[in-house]
Design a protein around this ligand. Structure first.
Ligand SMILES: [Zn+2]
Length: 339
């Protein structure tokens, strides 16, 4: 199936962006290398004689061949990525419509990776985009600036979800205790932000049948975990699952590895084609390097959001759920689309 605009346009822009970044970097590298080689060569002529010049010439030649090889490999890789994207058939979702995208930011809390939290919320406010904020209720409410920013985001259409009570693994507790924790979470968020929370984002993506029962008892209607843990659709009599389908970064060996812009776009396109939407999950700590906020990492997020906002429709989990239900796309435990 041929990819149609605006997604096609979106991929093309990202492809060009990646290529231009690569070429500007390699041009600089090439320039630096040639200058260095020229200087060494002149020194060689004066002090070391012709034999040394031949060795230098061979080295330059090897450098040039290696650089040309790398360029060819990268161009080939980009081309295959785009081809792979174009060839995906999945469920045949009509991506000529503006795809629905949710940005879910987990681990919102007082005084932790603070600069990253503030930067994320401020950037989305400036872009006038709604976001879904998964707040750790027990650790939230004392940081006045953060509370004010979160309140401003709510006014602008953003959503608050409960991220457990104190970021505990809910499955460690029985149904009675899970019910108590989830009730405390709703009460705390009502008290601090004046909102009635209906979406629960389980910490560590972990939940069980007791969690669903506890959610029903305490007034939650939507579970948002992760697509590899649970599909989208009805998971219990009254609970619908709208999981994250794309992770902004990979967590490996205790550190967050950011994905490239192109990988993210490809995952988003796959998600839209397969499920009819993409929920992208990120955490403030992904924009942290050493002991501080890393603007270079944040730049990847900003570029992605800019590109998405030109081609997609941003929403929040609760609205996405209503939209998917009204379109009749939930059947059993699978999201379903009939062209
Ligand atoms: Zn978390």
């Amino acid at each position: 199936m041929e990819i149609t605009s605006p997604i096609k346009e979106f991929i093309r822009k990202i492809q060009l962006l990646q290529l231009s970044k690569f070429f500007s970097r390699s041009t600089l590298l090439l320039y630096a290398k040639s200058s260095m080689v020229f200087c060494i060569k002149r020194m060689g002529e004066k002090d070391m004689g012709m034999k040394c010049n031949k060795i230098l010439f061979a080295k330059v030649l090897i450098c040039m061949i290696a650089l040309a090889g790398t360029t060819a490999m990268i161009v080939f890789q980009l081309h295959s990525d785009i081809q792979e994207c174009s060839n995906t058939t999945d469920s045949g979702f009509p991506i000529d419509e503006r795809p629905m995208i949710v940005i879910r930011i987990d681990d919102i809390q007082d005084c932790a990776w603070r600069d990253a939290q503030i930067a994320l919320i401020k950037y989305n406010l400036a872009m006038n985009l709604p976001i879904s904020l998964a707040v750790i209720p027990k650790s939230f409410g004392e940081d006045t600036e953060l509370v004010e920013l979160v309140s401003a985001a709510i006014t602008q259409g953003s959503e608050i979800t409960a991220h457990g009570w104190k970021h505990e693994r809910l499955t460690d507790y029985d149904v009675g205790e899970q019910t108590r924790l989830l009730r405390l979470a709703r009460e705390r968020l009502r008290h601090v932000l004046g909102v009635e929370v209906s979406v629960m984002v389980p910490p560590y993506f972990a939940f069980n049948n007791d969690t669903l029962l506890a959610m029903e008892k305490t007034g939650y209607t939507t579970l948002s975990s992760e697509i590899h843990i649970v599909n989208a659709g009805l998971v219990d009599e009254d609970i619908i699952s709208v999981p994250a389908t794309v992770q902004f970064a990979n967590y490996e060996n205790g550190t967050w590895e950011l994905k490239s812009l192109l990988s993210l776009v490809i995952e988003i396109v796959h998600s839209v084609r397969r499920y009819g939407y993409a929920v992208i999950v990120t955490h403030p700590q992904e924009f942290w390097q050493g002991n501080e906020f890393d603007p270079a990492r944040f730049e990847v997020y900003k570029t992605l959001i800019r590109q998405l906002s030109a081609n997609c429709s941003f929403t929040v989990i609760e609205t996405l759920r209503e939209e998917l239900v009204s379109q009749g796309r939930f059947i059993g435990n699978e999201i379903y689309y009939e062209p």
